[in-house]
Write a protein that binds this ligand. Structure first.
Ligand code: FE2
Ligand code: FE2
Length: 286
């Protein structure tokens, strides 16, 4: 009788512990910042806006919201002047979080200088493993061009990752947009072979989402079950759905992701506040 009672107690305890396990599911916090467009001169401006100030304010905002992110990604247009010191400025700003930092190039980047600084400052490579998640960064930048293209090697990387990780939750990040976003001038500067890439990632249940920069604006849409996310720059913003170049009055910001063990994720954009956007709204490009 006593042993039956003990067994019942153990059964109850096991159920309780299982419930506790569900309540304490692991969540990984990933932060994306993008398009800081930093110059070596700390007071340099882009369209009238001090880009260094934007980066510093966004980093301060992240530290208000998240004490210890699990990883940070910077999705291109990092150094507007391609200088070694600009890359160091951006990397050191986010290395202050004491977590792995990863980056991929945009059209305003020099891949060789990025590689030197990444090695020197021990940045992570193009793949981020967080529990049962893999976040793969891809290179969409074409030297000397503003638009993007995925080289065959990058398309193969995506294809191979999906084939070799049937039970892993996957996400891809890069600089240029792979789909049109309804802004004529920006749509001309998208990834030229974006459709080939979308054909690879579409209808693959383990691929949960894609995120990028370049368009300096927030978007969050679902296509064929895939979450497609663009993220504001840490400096100036582009007006959505505009035929020609136009700036927007929205503030700089960043994107956070909470990645759950079961493969679902939550995400959102946070913007800085409390500053005047000193931007040259009449400018026609940069
Ligand atoms: Fe940019
Ligand atoms: Fe760009």
């Amino acid at each position: 009788m006593l042993s039956l009672w003990l067994r019942l107690c153990k059964l109850k305890l096991d159920k309780h512990l299982q419930g506790m396990h569900l309540l304490t599911a692991t969540v990984y916090r990933l932060i994306q910042i993008t398009d800081p467009h930093i110059r070596a001169d700390s007071e340099a401006t882009l369209m009238g806006f001090e880009t260094r100030k934007g980066l510093d304010l966004v980093v301060a905002k992240i530290s208000e919201d998240t004490t210890s992110p699990n990883a940070i990604v910077v999705t291109g247009d990092i150094a507007h002047d391609y200088s070694d010191s600009s890359y160091r400025t951006v990397a050191e700003a986010v290395l202050a979080f004491d977590c792995p930092v990863h980056w991929c190039p945009g059209n305003h980047d020099d891949k060789a200088t990025m590689a030197v600084v990444a090695k020197d400052l021990k940045l992570g490579g193009d793949q981020i493993q967080l529990g049962n998640w893999v976040i793969q960064l891809l290179d969409s930048a074409v030297p000397g061009k503003v638009f993007g293209t995925f080289a065959d090697t990058e398309l193969a990387k995506a294809r191979d990752l999906i084939a070799s990780h049937p039970d892993t939750h996957l996400m891809f990040g890069f600089h240029h947009q792979p789909v049109q976003q309804g802004s004529r001038w920006l749509d001309e500067l998208m990834i030229k072979n974006g459709k080939a890439f979308m054909d690879i990632v579409r209808d693959q249940p383990q691929v949960k989402g894609l995120f990028w920069g370049h368009v300096h604006q927030e978007e969050d849409q679902i296509q064929d079950g895939l979450r497609l996310l663009s993220t504001p720059s840490t400096c100036v913003q582009f007006a959505p759905k505009s035929d020609g170049f136009a700036l927007d009055r929205t503030m700089p910001g960043y994107r956070w992701f909470d990645l759950y063990d079961d493969g679902h994720f939550e995400t959102g954009v946070v913007r800085i506040d409390g500053i005047e956007m000193n931007v040259d709204f009449d400018g026609d490009g940069y």
